[in-house]
Design a protein around this ligand. Structure first.
Ligand code: CA
Length: 367
């Protein structure tokens, strides 16, 4: 073990951080021959457009970190949505062995297990910090692993967008009546809430959103927040930019790994994988928080975007529908009920703390 650590450290020192894959090659070869360990070459399929800022580059960063931290013993080639498999077939690709790893959002897989939605976000539920508290220190991650186990897939929290925006609308939302007939790209539980409010939700991968909005195939879309929405040019296809993202208050992204592939790794590479996913979970949130306000300034100042809050009565209505849908889903799906019971109990507890910590503190800034 000591020898392996020395070899890994030597390889990292010799190559430095951030040098090209090409420049790293000789050290990788040394590490391989000295350590005498197997080298793993994996594929990671993702639900994101290739190299997409934030979520997609987070997946790229994970692959780079795995290469460096393992001294080249775990090399992962990243594929954007549609490059190896379609974006919404990532879970099947990992479960079926087409790829060893995937990066995406669990709520895309609610058709396989309804409770999968919960591990991305629950409308009006936990924010990013609270979600991490539940996953890492409140029993959430154990439940996530249990849910994916029958598929032979192992999940790791691997990124967070923070609070998202409500979305881009070509229709003003002045009251709950304006939600009727609204064709909107909004996946997961948020989509079910819109449906109950009389709207028509659709699930589209990121790469198809702009055209659908521009051609009028949909009236509205949510995507992520200013950082990604600016990059997609969504301001060119819609009039109003509403907040807050009630449906995704702190969406967790996932890295999924084929259980069989994971079990083939030696323990140190398994630990490197876990630690690198946790690092990306943190750094992606930092990137979103840092880039979002800059992008919002650009949208408002340069592109004259009309940024509006949803009316309070609309938010109350959507919140009541959310609770109703979650309760009904729990009544018909035992595994959803189990996961939701854990999360809602945690939420009730941490909400009391958040009220007198973060919330109370943030209010003091505007006293
Ligand atoms: Ca979203």
């Amino acid at each position: 073990m000591k020898r392996r650590q020395f070899v890994a450290a030597a390889a990292i020192t010799a190559t430095g951080v951030g040098v090209s894959a090409c420049a790293r090659k000789p050290a990788v070869t040394d590490a391989e021959s000295l350590a005498g360990g197997a080298t793993f070459r994996w594929k990671m399929v993702t639900t994101w457009p290739p190299n997409f800022p934030g979520v997609g580059t987070g997946a790229n960063r994970l692959a780079e970190m795995l290469d460096l931290a393992s001294a080249g013993r775990l090399k992962v080639k990243v594929f954007g949505g549609g490059e190896l498999v379609p974006a919404l077939e990532v879970f099947d690709a990992v479960a079926g062995g087409t790829a060893e790893m995937g990066h995406g959002a669990s709520y895309y897989w609610k058709g396989k297990a309804e409770a999968a939605s919960i591990f991305t976000a629950i409308p009006f539920g936990l924010n990013a910090a609270e979600m991490n508290a539940w996953l890492y220190s409140g029993g959430g991650l154990e439940l996530w692993r249990e849910l994916y186990a029958p598929f032979g897939v192992l999940p790791f929290p691997c990124g967070n967008t923070g609070v998202q925006m409500g979305g881009w609308f070509n229709r003003e939302i002045r009251s709950v009546a304006d939600l009727k007939g609204l064709k909107m790209r909004i996946p997961g539980l948020g989509g079910e809430v819109l449906q109950r409010a009389g709207g028509a939700p659709v699930t589209l991968p990121g790469g198809e959103i702009f055209t659908a909005l521009q051609t009028g195939a949909i009236d509205a879309t949510e995507w992520i927040g200013p950082y990604n929405d600016l990059a997609f040019g969504l301001y060119k296809a819609a009039k109003y930019y509403y907040y807050p993202g009630w449906h995704e208050p702190g969406s967790t992204l996932e890295c999924i790994v084929s259980r069989k592939a994971y079990d083939s790794l030696p323990p140190d590479l398994q630990e490197i994988l876990r630690v690198c996913c946790a690092a990306v979970n943190d750094t992606m949130l930092a990137e979103y928080n840092a880039r979002s306000f800059e992008a919002l300034d650009t949208l408002v100042d340069d592109h004259k975007v009309d940024v509006r809050p949803f009316p309070n009565d609309v938010l109350r209505y959507l919140r009541d529908l959310s609770h109703e849908i979650v309760r009904e889903t729990a009544a018909r799906d035992p595994s959803f009920a189990k996961v939701y019971a854990s999360m809602s109990k945690f939420e009730a507890g941490i909400s009391r703390w958040t009220a007198i910590s973060d919330l109370a503190y943030l209010k003091t800034r505007s006293l």
